[in-house]
Design a protein around this ligand. Structure first.
Ligand SMILES: Cc1ncc(COP(=O)(O)O)c(C=O)c1O
Length: 379
């Protein structure tokens, strides 16, 4: 039996924002085989499937090491701990991101310094140098929606001031900048494997990439309570491990990863063509719009006039969308960040809306979304 979420007038959504059931159905036999294999071996924690996955990601991103963790949050938090960044230190990132990029700085005991993003939602590098003080220890550039920040500029500034760079590439596995993969610029590349990420498991997960053996080793200790062996504990750590069963799922999905990226870029291109004449919306840069960026289109985010009305109209007509950031992070009253004045990020909070984008969407679905958006602005 197909399951739908019921919206107004008992109408099911025609196009869901995400559809994990479809991907499961498409590869069901392989998943079941993987579950059966792992469970029959009794291999549950830090076993071969995790190691295989780490090897695949390191080789794909082009780094010497990859370490699999429980989330794309701890893949930033543990590196901050490993770098001894904490009280008295400052770390620069953006406000227009998922709150985790800021939370890890606070949880490490350091002070977040938030700057603006540019039109394409990546860090405004023109504002970076002015935010650096003698307390700054690191920069967390966020490759939002799968578009990589201007890493050449960021790495140059980081080198000049001797700052660590932890790339928040949670949304950017497979994206490239100047032909170089997300996660291969900074000391750490941090990826989320949350179910709705471009490569997602069936629960929470994350993986980080690095060329530093020292960082890889430290983080492996930190993820497993400092246990060097079953009996030797060399530091206090955390439980931040990726489950072996999740790794087995990821190993199945990773075989299809090039196809996932290709299809997302195709969908972006269809949206781009279909919506480019709608003057009330501003589209993200198209897949082939500039030679420097190769975006994985983890998300497809528009800036739209009458954004809330558009979202309501799409919902009424069976299209599920997401407004992820209706309040800028630094304006969230519980976070104590309201001293930052970031007018562009605040403006974005009123404009952004994410359209459905995932490999299983059909061209008919995409055309329906396009038509419904056009109908809204023409009515
Ligand atoms: C930009 C960004 N950073 C960090 C994270 C945190 O990842 P996770 O949810 O796996 O902890 C996410 C995930 O939503 C994200 O989108």
């Amino acid at each position: 039996m197909k399951k739908f979420t019921i919206i107004k007038n008992n109408m099911p959504y025609k196009v869901r924002f995400v559809n994990p059931q479809k991907q499961y159905a498409d590869h069901r036999d392989e998943f079941i085989k993987a579950f059966d294999d792992v469970l029959s071996r009794g291999d549950l924690i830090l076993r071969k499937d995790v190691e295989d996955f780490e090897k695949s990601i390191a080789s794909f991103v082009g780094t010497k090491y990859a370490v699999a963790l429980n989330s794309g949050t701890d893949t930033m938090f543990l590196p901050l701990k490993a770098l001894n960044i904490g009280p008295g230190d400052e770390v620069i990132t953006v406000s227009h991101t998922f709150v985790a990029s800021i939370a890890v700085i606070v949880q490490a005991g350091a002070k977040p310094v938030l700057i603006e993003v540019k039109e394409d939602f990546t860090m405004d590098t023109d504002k970076l140098e002015a935010a650096i003080t003698d307390k700054t220890k690191a920069i967390i550039p966020v490759h939002l929606n799968g578009r990589i920040c201007e890493m050449d500029k960021i790495m140059k500034i980081a080198k000049k001031y001797n700052l660590a760079v932890i790339e928040d590439a949670a949304q950017a596995l497979g994206s490239k900048y100047d032909g170089k993969m997300a996660g291969s610029f900074g000391i750490i590349g941090s990826f989320s494997l949350y179910p709705f990420k471009i490569l997602g498991c069936f629960g929470d997960g994350g993986i980080l990439t690095t060329n530093s053996e020292e960082m890889a080793e430290k983080i492996k200790l930190l993820r497993d309570h400092g246990q060097k062996t079953k009996t030797e504990i060399v530091c206090f750590g955390f439980n931040s491990r990726l489950d072996n069963l999740q790794a087995a799922v990821l190993n199945v999905k990773f075989k299809y990863f090039p196809q996932f990226i290709k299809r997302r870029r195709e969908i972006a291109s269809i949206y781009d063509k279909g919506l480019s004449n709608v003057k009330e919306i501003k589209l993200p840069p198209g897949p082939d719009s500039d030679k420097k960026h190769f975006d994985n289109f983890q998300n497809y985010v528009l800036k739209a006039e009458k954004r809330n009305e558009l979202a309501a109209y799409l919902k009424e007509n069976g299209v599920e969308t997401l407004i992820k950031d209706p309040i800028a992070n630094h304006k969230q009253s519980g976070l104590g960040l309201s001293h930052f004045k970031l007018p562009y990020s605040e403006k974005l909070a009123n404009e952004v809306i994410s359209l459905p984008i995932y490999p299983e969407l059909t061209n008919k679905d995409i055309e329906f979304v396009i038509k419904t958006i056009k109908d809204f602005y023409e009515k």
